[in-house]
Design a protein around this ligand. Structure first.
Ligand SMILES: NC(=O)c1ccc[n+]([C@@H]2O[C@H](COP(=O)([O-])OP(=O)(O)OC[C@H]3O[C@@H](n4cnc5c(N)ncnc54)[C@H](OP(=O)(O)O)[C@@H]3O)[C@@H](O)[C@H]2O)c1
Length: 254
């Protein structure tokens, strides 16, 4: 797969899945745009990309819930075009129907869904020019109910339907739209639930024992799937939700 002369915007690329995807795509020749709120961590990823000998990425310090216009305009100002939009930024919180507050629900939907709709809409004119594509980072939680992750599951199920609707509506303009649906991937996201490293390891051990392939996912697994779906090798694929889950869903787990 070759991403030479392709401009790839990766939201949430200061950490985890987004950071690794940005480094991986840059290694395949992409001009990468790093987007997140934490400038220090974005610069760490930028330096890693430069030290690999890849092209210098553009860093945009931005909150996806507020700064969609800025993300698109700064990208086009700097690189002149957009070939791929990777909607990866997301949050994970625990809640259920009894304890959810409307403020917490709004924050989840704003971050994991509304921002994706807004950013995608603003990118369309540029993606049309390049016959580009959109990749949404969803979750197996979009396909299966997970206890105490109600608002997260709702956000990802909606993202899956968004992916299919956008694929249908933009196909005639030669813009593809796909998603990956990972199961547990080893990233810092679990620590944002306020757990310590021992509790985090216990979660990973539980998932590992359930998944048919006998391990949890690594960011290299998601990066490989993202690269394939956003590359020209997948030019006949749109509206697809690709499970990156070690067989979890076919075994009935999340
Ligand atoms: N890890 C898993 O097991 C797993 C499984 C399935 C799906 N996913 C999905 O994968 C995506 C990435 O998660 P991860 O595991 O890599 O988590 P992570 O390491 O916590 O990274 C989350 C990223 O999202 C960014 N972000 C969050 N809110 C933002 C906002 N308002 N504006 C801009 N950026 C924002 C963060 O950047 P800043 O803090 O710099 O803003 C960070 O770069 C998420 O959509 C998540 O739902 C993860």
């Amino acid at each position: 797969m070759n991403f030479k002369n392709k401009v790839v915007v990766v939201t949430g690329s200061s950490s985890g899945i987004g950071a690794d995807a940005a480094v991986y795509l840059a290694q395949m020749g992409a001009d990468v745009v790093l987007v997140g709120r934490n400038e220090m961590r974005l610069n760490d990823v930028k330096n890693q990309i430069i030290s690999n000998g890849s092209s210098t990425p553009l860093v945009i310090v931005a909150d996806v819930t507020r700064d969609c216009e800025k993300i698109i305009s700064k990208t086009v100002e700097h690189f002149g075009k957009i070939n791929v939009l990777i909607n990866n930024a997301g949050i994970l919180t625990e809640d259920n129907i009894e304890n959810i507050t409307m403020e917490a629900f709004d924050k989840m939907i704003d971050t994991n869904l509304r921002s994706v709709i807004q950013l995608t809409q603003k990118a369309i004119p540029f993606l049309e020019q390049t016959k580009g594509n959109i990749l949404n980072v969803s979750s197996t939680a979009g396909m299966k109910a997970v206890a105490n992750l109600m608002s997260y599951c709702i956000s990802k199920a909606s993202l899956d339907q968004f992916t299919k609707c956008v694929a249908l509506d933009l196909a005639s303009r030669n813009i593809r739209c796909n998603a990956i649906n990972p199961a547990a991937i080893r990233t810092p996201i679990y620590r944002t639930l306020g757990i310590d490293s021992e509790e985090e390891q216990a979660i990973f051990n539980t998932y590992q024992s359930r998944y048919p392939l006998g391990r949890i996912g690594e960011v290299s697994d998601t990066s490989a799937a993202i690269a394939y779906l956003t590359s020209d090798a997948a030019s006949f694929i749109t509206g697809t939700l690709l499970n990156v889950d070690g067989g979890a869903l076919v075994a009935g787990f999340d």
